[in-house]
Write a protein that binds this ligand. Structure first.
Ligand SMILES: Nc1ncnc2c1ncn2[C@@H]1O[C@H](COP(=O)(O)OP(=O)(O)OP(=O)(O)O)[C@@H](O)[C@H]1O
Ligand SMILES: [Mg+2]
Length: 221
């Protein structure tokens, strides 16, 4: 991102002059108080929203200029776990998780295995056939994460992945994200939950009222 700003009319400045470079394969945390601009930044990264000014490049290509199937292809390589989940609440857990893999024509038996593996890792095996509208918020949050990572995207954006979870389940979520990271994915996590970044060696960027307050960490282990 080069000098990226996002304004919402009439006068909300959600992000102001943000310049950052996230490496391929990096795990990167975005922190900041409620309203600081974390979700806005993730929405710009997956081109769900367009910046008001500035340039955003992924793999050296300006995403603002991508259109049609180029944009669709980029989006297929990005998995997003939304803060408000965006699950299909009249479909089952398994159906929600399978979607991204079905869109890219994975074989049914591969999809079934991947869904079962993810549910086991997230302690949700007994919810395979439950309509997601009937799940608790913490369960819905984990289904959202499973859907985001299911198709092994090269970039995974997760917005507040542990907000509704107890410590043991939080650890399961982080174990899954760390596994994706070890597999080579670039992971960007927006969070309030200091338990998941307090002891990290990865970079942590703090936003304050839409501005970049500072970046800490990232030292070699
Ligand atoms: N669609 C929108 N229209 C108008 N203002 C918006 C819109 N989306 C976000 N904002 C404003 O932009 C600012 C940043 O919002 P954002 O959702 O990025 O914050 P956040 O850091 O994710 O907060 P939280 O921790 O509560 O999730 C806030 O002041 C918010 O009210
Ligand atoms: Mg947010």
């Amino acid at each position: 991102m080069i000098k990226v700003s996002k304004e919402y009319p009439p006068d909300v400045v959600a992000l102001k002059d943000i310049s950052i470079s996230i490496d391929s394969g990096e795990m990167f945390f975005i922190i900041g108080r409620s309203g600081a601009g974390k979700t806005t930044l993730l929405k710009l990264l997956c081109s769900m929203e367009a910046p008001s000014s500035g340039l955003i490049e992924i793999s050296g290509k300006p995403i603002n200029q991508l259109k049609g199937h180029h944009l669709a292809r980029l989006r297929q390589r990005i998995g997003v776990a939304y803060q408000d989940f965006k699950l299909l609440i009249d479909r089952t857990t398994a159906e929600n998780i399978a979607i991204s893999m079905e869109v890219s024509y994975k074989k049914p038996q591969i999809i079934r295995k991947r869904v079962r593996d993810l549910l086991e890792q997230l302690d949700l095996s007994d919810k395979h056939d439950t309509i997601t509208g009937e799940l608790s918020r913490g369960e819905q949050q984990r289904v959202t994460l499973a859907r985001a990572v299911a198709n092994s995207p090269t970039m995974i954006l997760v917005d507040e992945p542990t907000g509704n979870l107890d410590a043991a389940t939080t650890e399961k979520v982080m174990t899954l994200l760390n596994k994706c990271h070890k597999g080579g994915a670039t992971i960007v996590i927006a969070t309030h939950d200091d338990s998941i970044y307090r002891h990290t060696s990865h970079r942590v960027m703090e936003l304050q009222k839409g501005r970049l307050h500072g970046i800490t960490g990232g030292e070699l282990p």
